[in-house]
Design a protein around this ligand. Structure first.
Ligand code: CP
Ligand code: NVA
Length: 306
């Protein structure tokens, strides 16, 4: 694999995604084999937004690979006071072996990647959350086996999670259906890109305002918060606009009997998902959270190993 960065799943081929999954599976089964894989290496982790899973799984992941991670809140580093991304990228590249960044503007991550001489990993932006979507498909693969021809349904806001799942589906051979209320559809550029990838892969991309159409015969049902980080001021309006959009047992009944439920977390029970679904045996949310560790270790290994 010849990539410098991990910015979007779209940048990776189906074979490369598969290779990352194989490494992640091996790391999960035999972590001791990789104890020195990134020995002495450091990952800088820039956070403009809160995080539990991303922060902990990247930091623990680096430790388990023999390296270590630095937590850099944008409130504390000069980037947050207006130091150019350009200089931040060049300076960090003199100290560390990789950069992971969670930012508001997607451009912040792409600029970091452009100017850093070390690998840059997208740890969530307003546009996408690729390490989470990779993990979701890896988790589906663990639970369902071969994903070719299977269907994933995403119900809710056409946000960063919806986008990354759309970029990822054609790479794993899955059909994807995204149902959102009117006015909350995914970014047209993402839809067009995913559609082009799907045409090549022979998979389908469905964007609809019908929950039933999206979830019908799905093997995986997933959702995400109605108000993402940075949209706090819109939270009340969104609560009203998303009325009737909760994933509950009625919604799950449209899916296949053995369908699994996923959520990237954090979740709001009683809003985008009912407790009866997220806390049911169909829910694989904690496997999903755990797998962030294994999949991201595989991504870091692939980008940073010498
Ligand atoms: N799913 C996810 O990225 O969680 P955090 O915001 O806790 O990192
Ligand atoms: N869409 C959510 C995902 C959180 C992991 C957000 O951006 O806040």
């Amino acid at each position: 694999m010849t990539h410098k960065d991990f910015i979007e799943i779209h940048d990776y081929s189906a074979d490369e995604v598969r290779e990352i999954f194989e490494i992640a599976r091996d790391m999960k089964a035999s972590p001791e084999k990789y104890r020195e894989a990134l020995k002495g290496q450091t990952l800088a982790m820039i956070f403009e937004k809160s995080s539990t899973r991303t922060r902990v799984s990247f930091e623990v992941g680096m430790y388990q690979l023999g390296g270590h991670a630095l937590f850099l809140s944008s409130r504390d580093i000069q980037l947050g006071r207006g130091e150019p991304i350009y200089d931040t990228a060049k300076v960090l590249s003199r100290y560390v072996n990789g950069i992971m960044a969670r930012t508001f503007a997607h451009k912040t991550v792409t600029e970091l990647a452009e100017y850093a001489s070390v690998p840059v990993i997208n740890g969530l932006t307003d546009l996408s959350h690729p390490t989470q979507a990779m993990t979701d498909y890896f988790t589906a693969w663990e639970h369902l086996g071969d994903l070719k021809g299977r269907k994933l349904a995403y119900v809710g806001d056409g946000n960063n999670m919806a986008h990354s799942l759309m970029f990822g589906a054609p790479k794993v051979g899955m059909h994807i259906a995204v149902a959102t209320p009117g006015g909350y559809a995914p970014d047209p550029f993402v839809v067009a890109t995913a559609q082009a990838d799907a045409d090549q892969a022979g998979t389908k991309v469905i964007v609809t305002t019908s929950i039933e159409e999206a979830v019908r015969d799905a093997d995986v049902v997933t959702t995400d918060v109605w108000a993402s980080m940075g949209q706090e001021a819109e939270a009340q309006k969104r609560q009203r606009d998303f009325e009737g959009w909760q994933v509950d047992t009625r919604v799950m009944s449209f899916a296949r009997k053995e369908a699994i439920f996923m959520h990237c977390l954090p979740a709001h029970r009683g809003e985008e998902v009912a407790g009866e679904v997220i806390d049911s045996p169909r829910s694989v949310i904690y496997d999903e959270a755990e797998n962030r560790l294994h999949v991201q270790k595989a991504i870091m290994y692939m980008l940073m190993k010498r």
